[in-house]
Design a protein around this ligand. Structure first.
Ligand code: HPA
Length: 271
């Protein structure tokens, strides 16, 4: 595994041209176009990177973008790997390992999520303050890679209070309204039943989605500083309101993109 990580990183590092890159971004469903705001220096198709899995879902582009955003060098994943696609947890989180190997210290993650908190509106942006891991498998299960991190990593403050503070100030400056909440991550690919949405609400979830949690766990294992943001793409407040449709999730993601892009740019600019 370590060899594979190093091989992938070695391939990508040739495109860094000696520049330092410390900020990584994972662009979620319907948010991949944030990539258009990056002054791209290199776009590397995942298929070209040794050992990288290849993205399969419609609307998920599979490119690693190297470029400038918010006045900084960034490496952005345009398209991510989901557990529901059939990848192992090691595959899902492999790119995060590679980003770390390349010198990435801060990881920004975005996703589309169902709003479980009844005060959320479709289109809201939610700063992830914490998560609940409901995936059936753990990305750190198995022999620990001691070179990368501890056997039992803590998950307190998994979402950097420092970056959240910066996000607050940036959102206020830009006049962008933010929600703050707990992201419950589960495997999908079916959306939840009304009873399941209710259960997630009861256990303390504010939003629910099918990604992010494995990536953050692995990033925290390696002590990367993490920031996560959900676009609330559908309401789940009552059975009559529950609308779950992949196309709609992507559409709402699209309308939220300018706000998310502006906010991510400002945060990165002020890191
Ligand atoms: N459930 C799970 N994942 C999601 C949802 C949802 O309601 N909306 C967007 N991604």
């Amino acid at each position: 595994m370590l060899e594979k990580i190093k091989n992938s990183a070695a391939y990508i590092s040739r495109f860094l041209e000696g520049e330092k890159y410390t900020i990584g971004i994972i662009l979620g469903t319907g948010l991949g176009d944030l990539g258009k705001s990056i002054e791209i220096v290199h776009a590397i198709p995942y298929a070209a990177i040794p050992h990288f899995p290849v993205s399969t879902v419609q609307g998920h582009k599979g490119n690693l973008l190297l470029g400038r955003f918010g006045g900084k060098n960034v490496i952005a994943m345009q398209g991510r790997f989901h557990f529901y696609e059939g990848y192992s947890m090691q595959d899902v989180t492999f790119p995060v390992r590679v980003l770390h190997q390349l010198g990435i210290k801060q990881l920004f993650v975005s996703n589309a999520a169902g709003g479980v908190n009844t005060s959320y509106l479709v289109g809201d942006l939610m700063v992830i303050t914490d998560h609940i891991n409901l995936f059936p498998e753990h990305p750190l299960r198995g022999k620990n890679m001691d070179e990368l991190g501890p056997r039992f990593p803590g998950m307190t403050d998994a979402y950097s209070p420092r970056i959240r503070q910066i996000a607050d100030e940036c959102a206020a400056r830009l006049g962008i309204k933010l929600q703050y909440g707990v992201y419950a991550g589960l495997q999908g690919p079916s959306f939840e039943t009304p009873a399941e949405y209710n259960w997630i609400r009861v256990i303390g979830g504010d939003a629910v989605g099918m990604s992010t949690v494995p990536e953050i766990i692995v990033a925290r294992h390696m002590n990367m500083e993490c920031f996560g943001m959900s676009v609330i793409t559908n309401s789940t407040a009552s059975p009559e309101l529950i609308k779950t449709d992949h196309t709609e999730v992507q559409d709402i993601g699209n309308t939220a993109q300018p706000r998310m892009t502006a906010l991510f740019r400002e945060i990165i600019n002020n890191l």
